[in-house]
Write a protein that binds this ligand. Structure first.
Ligand code: IPM
Ligand code: MG
Length: 386
C-alpha cells in the first residue's frame, strides 16, 4: 500500500510540473493575432463525425458564398481537413492524430463539426474528446456562447473558461484502487485572469453594464474561490461595469426565472459550469441545435456547434436532414472574428429570417422537413434578397 501511495504521489508531482510548464507558456504569450495584418486568412474545415460532415458542409457553402470576392482576391483560403474522425483517432490512439494537428496548426481559424466523444461501454477505446484536446492543443481558452431570445428579453453571452477546471486533466485522474478514484480540477492565476479579462473587454466593447461570475466558491473553496477572487480583481479595472457573483446551483434555477433572467448580460464561468449552463441556456433559444460557439485563443480560433455528433441520426440514415443552424451560427461568429462584421451581420439577419420569421423551410431532423443543404440554399437566397 505504501508503495502504491508513493507511486500515486509521483504521478501527482508530474501533474503539478506539467501545469507549471503550462503556466509559463501562458505567461509567454503575446497579444491576440491581428487578422487585418495577414495577406491570407486560412480557414480550415473539419467535418468531424456523425452528422458533422453534412452540417459543416452546409455552413461552409454559405461562408464561401459570402466570401467569394475575398477568395478570388486570395485574401481568404479554405482548406478541407479530413482526418478528424473517430476511426482515424482510434487508429492513431490519440484524440487528434499528429498529421491532423499539423494541418490544423497551419490554419488561422477552424470551422469544426461535432466529433464523437467515446465513453465507457462504447465500441471505441475511451480516448479523450477531440474537442477538448483541440481546445488544449491550440490553447483556445475562451469559449464564447451567445444565446438570444429577443421577444423574451434574453440576450446572454457566456464566457466559458475552456482549458482548465475539471477538463484540464480529463484522462489523468488517479484510479488508485477498487475503492478509490480521484479526479482533479485546476485553476490558475493566468488562466482565470485571461478569461475574466476577455469577458470584461467584450462587455466594454459591446456597451454591456454587467458581468456575472458563476462559481461554487462557497464549497469548492480553493479553485472556484481563486476564480472568483480573480474576477473581482479584474473587475476593478472596469469601473463602469458591475460584477455580479452567483453560485451555479441558484444560477441554474434563475435562468428559468422569467423576471430575473433578463438581467443577465455577460457571464463568466469555469469550464464545467459553462458546459452545463450553456446547454440549459440554449434550450430557451430552441435547443442546442441552434447554438454556435467560438473557441478563442491568442493565435488560433475554432468555431463549432455546441452539440454532439448524433450518431443515431446517421445510423437511421437521416444525416442529410440534420439541422445545420448551429454550424451556421458558428460561421456568423467566425466572420465577425476575422474582421468581416458586415458579412457576419448579414448572415445573422438572414438566418434569423429563415429560422424565426419567414420559415419557408423547416428542419425536422427527418424527411418530413428540409435537408441541411436545402436550408443552406434558402439562407443564401435570403442573403441575396437582403
Ligand atoms: C461542449 C461539449 C463538449 C464539452 C463535449 C463533446 C466533450 O459538450 O462543447 O459543450 O464537454 O465541452
Ligand atoms: Mg456541452
Amino acid at each position: 500500500m505504501q508503495e502504491a501511495i508513493h507511486e500515486a504521489s509521483l504521478r501527482f508531482a508530474k501533474i503539478i510540473e506539467k501545469q507549471l510548464a503550462r503556466i509559463e507558456t501562458m505567461k509567454a504569450q503575446k497579444d491576440f493575432i491581428d487578422y487585418s495584418s495577414l495577406d491570407t486568412i486560412i480557414i480550415g474545415v473539419c467535418g468531424g463525425d456523425g452528422i458533422g460532415p453534412a452540417i459543416t458542409k452546409a455552413s461552409r457553402q454559405i461562408l464561401e458564398y459570402l466570401l467569394q470576392d475575398e477568395i478570388k482576391k486570395g485574401r481568404v483560403e479554405f482548406r478541407q481537413i479530413d482526418g478528424l474522425t473517430i476511426e482515424n483517432r482510434v487508429k492513431a490512439g490519440k484524440a487528434i492524430p499528429d498529421d491532423v494537428l499539423a494541418e490544423l496548426k497551419a490554419c488561422h481559424v477552424i470551422l469544426k463539426g461535432p466529433t464523437t466523444t467515446p465513453r465507457a461501454g462504447d465500441p471505441w477505446p475511451n480516448i479523450e474528446s477531440a474537442n477538448v484536446a483541440m481546445r488544449k492543443e491550440l490553447d483556445l481558452f475562451a469559449n464564447v456562447r451567445p444565446v438570444k431570445v429577443p421577444e423574451q428579453g434574453i440576450d446572454w453571452t457566456f464566457f466559458r473558461e475552456n482549458t482548465e477546471g475539471g477538463y484540464a486533466l480529463g484522462s489523468e485522474g488517479i484510479h488508485f484502487n477498487e475503492d478509490l478514484a480521484i479526479d482533479f480540477t485546476v485553476t490558475t492565476q493566468e488562466g482565470s485572469e485571461r478569461i475574466a479579462r476577455a469577458a470584461f473587454d467584450y462587455a466594454k466593447k459591446n456597451g454591456k453594464t454587467k458581468v456575472t461570475a458563476v462559481t461554487k466558491a462557497n464549497v469548492i473553496k480553493t479553485t472556484d474561490g481563486k476564480f472568483l477572487g480573480i474576477c473581482k480583481k479584474v473587475a476593478e479595472e472596469y469601473p463602469d461595469i458591475e460584477l455580479d457573483d452567483w453560485y451555479i446551483d441558484i444560477m441554474t434555477a434563475k435562468l428559468v426565472d422569467e423576471k430575473r433572467r433578463t438581467q443577465f448580460q455577460v457571464l463568466v464561468l469555469p469550464n464545467l459550469y459553462g458546459d452545463i449552463l450553456t446547454d440549459e441556456a440554449a434550450e430557451f433559444q430552441g435547443g442546442v441545435g441552434t447554438a454556435g460557439s467560438a473557441n478563442l485563443g491568442k493565435r488560433y480560433a475554432m468555431f463549432e456547434a455546441i452539440h454532439g455528433s448524433a450518431p443515431r441520426m446517421v445510423a437511421e440514415g437521416r444525416d442529410q436532414y440534420a439541422d445545420p443552424c448551429s454550424m451556421i451560427r458558428a460561421a456568423v461568429m467566425l466572420l465577425s472574428h476575422i474582421g468581416y462584421s458586415d458579412l457576419s451581420e448579414k448572415l445573422e439577419k438572414a438566418l434569423d429570417i429563415c429560422m424565426y420569421q419567414e420559415k419557408k423551410l423547416v428542419i425536422t431532423g427527418r424527411d418530413t422537413g428540409a435537408t441541411g443543404e436545402q436550408f443552406a440554399e434558402y439562407v443564401m437566397e435570403t442573403i441575396a434578397a437582403l
